[in-house]
Write a protein that binds this ligand. Structure first.
Ligand SMILES: Cc1ncc(C[n+]2csc(CCOP(=O)(O)OP(=O)(O)O)c2C)c(N)n1
Ligand SMILES: [Mg+2]
Length: 354
């Protein structure tokens, strides 16, 4: 029997779990300002994340999905993207969105149940957060096709979770992206869990990266807690797509250190030992160790950065809390050019309406 096709899936990283260099760093990582910019985004995201959970716990915001442990993916993707690119995010990508110019106050508003939070001031070509799993993959492919038709040099970045790769939307989008060689990349944040379903129960594939093969595109696995690897491989994938060489998929290995959302209690389905082990691999400490070992960072700078982030986030909290609540009738806005009769009737039931 002849072997008619052969596929390889590679894994890579630059910094190990202790923040030590495992192989020569890419060019961009020799620039201190770039490394600091990645580090600051991760710390800012972590401070935002803690504050968002506190807002929810004190009844000042709705359900929220924590980013804890996945900050390197956000920073690496956000830094690699160009201004004109288009982001199609899931609900755990605040870090990317901050690089895109989205404000924490906008995300607080969204998680507070107010859709105006998705009407960002910046990067208005980006999609709103997708709560329906993997639906953004279809949007991403459609937008990539639009970029092709308009001859615009923008690449679409679709971000989704490990669970999302089990959905039909994902497979169908991969198929279209591959067959049309569209300017889109798929970044899978493999945080090992889809709520309470383990990655290993989700699929019997050895890797999620290999799902790219059936779509007719390259797939690669990286250490998603190494921000240098994320920045490097996402940049290469973007460049490839931008120059007409088609889509690709990156599986970024990470771990969801927190509960699935504030409505979840992960203690019910996973052990503390497992989580403790993963804390040792988390991305923020890893880059901090590297920076300190290279005399680029110290305790004073760390304290000053955290204080600055807390102050900036507090200002964003104030903007959020001072935002006037929308009238109930706003739930009928932007749905139809002409509201159907049944909804006109419902709208009229609201106090003060006729
Ligand atoms: C279409 C659809 N089905 C089910 C859900 C309920 N749901 C919310 S999050 C989630 C798990 C997603 O896991 P994963 O893709 O790994 O993303 P993660 O939450 O780990 O970032 C599910 C099934 C949903 N939001 N949308
Ligand atoms: Mg997941």
């Amino acid at each position: 029997m002849a072997q008619i096709a052969h596929f390889d899936i590679h894994y890579d990283r630059f910094l190990n779990e202790a923040g030590e260099v495992e192989q020569p760093l890419p060019e961009f990582a020799k620039d201190t300002q770039t490394l600091l910019s990645l580090y600051k985004n991760m710390v800012y995201t972590r401070v935002y994340d803690q504050r968002a959970i506190a807002l929810q716990r004190t009844g000042q915001m709705g359900t929220y999905a924590s980013i804890l442990g996945q900050e390197a993916i956000g920073a690496g993707v956000g830094h690699a993207m160009q201004r004109q690119d288009i982001l199609a995010p899931s609900y755990r990508e605040g870090g990317v969105q901050f690089f895109r110019g989205v404000k924490p106050s906008e995300l607080f508003l969204y998680w507070g149940g107010d859709e105006r939070g998705m009407n960002f001031n910046e990067s208005r070509q980006d999609f709103p957060v997708a709560i329906p799993i993997a639906s953004q993959a279809c949007h991403a492919v459609g937008a990539a096709y639009a970029m092709r038709l308009r001859k615009q040099p923008a690449v679409v970045v679709c971000m989704l979770g490990d669970g999302g790769t089990s959905k039909g939307d994902f497979y169908e989008s991969m198929n279209v992206a591959g067959s049309m060689q569209l300017p889109v990349i798929f970044v899978v944040s493999n945080n090992q869990w889809a709520i309470s379903v383990r990655r290993t129960d989700q699929s019997s594939c050895d890797t999620l990266a290999q799902k790219a093969i059936a779509g007719g595109m390259p797939g690669q696995q990286i250490d998603g807690n190494d921000v240098i690897a994320v920045r490097h491989y996402v940049s290469s994938a973007l460049e490839r797509a931008r120059t007409g060489d088609g889509p690709s998929l990156i599986e970024a290995m990470t771990y969801r250190l927190g509960d699935h959302t504030t409505a979840d209690d992960a203690k019910r389905y996973r052990s503390q030992e497992e989580v403790d082990l993963q804390h040792k691999k988390e991305p923020v400490g890893r880059l901090r160790n590297y920076l300190i070992a290279n005399n680029l960072w110290n305790d004073d700078k760390e304290q000053a950065l955290i204080a600055k982030c807390e102050e900036q986030i507090e200002t964003e909290v104030e903007i959020y809390l001072a935002t006037e609540v929308q009238p109930a009738k706003s739930m009928f806005d932007h749905l139809y050019a002409t509201l159907p009769k049944s909804l006109q009737w419902q709208r009229a039931q609201l106090p003060g309406e006729e």
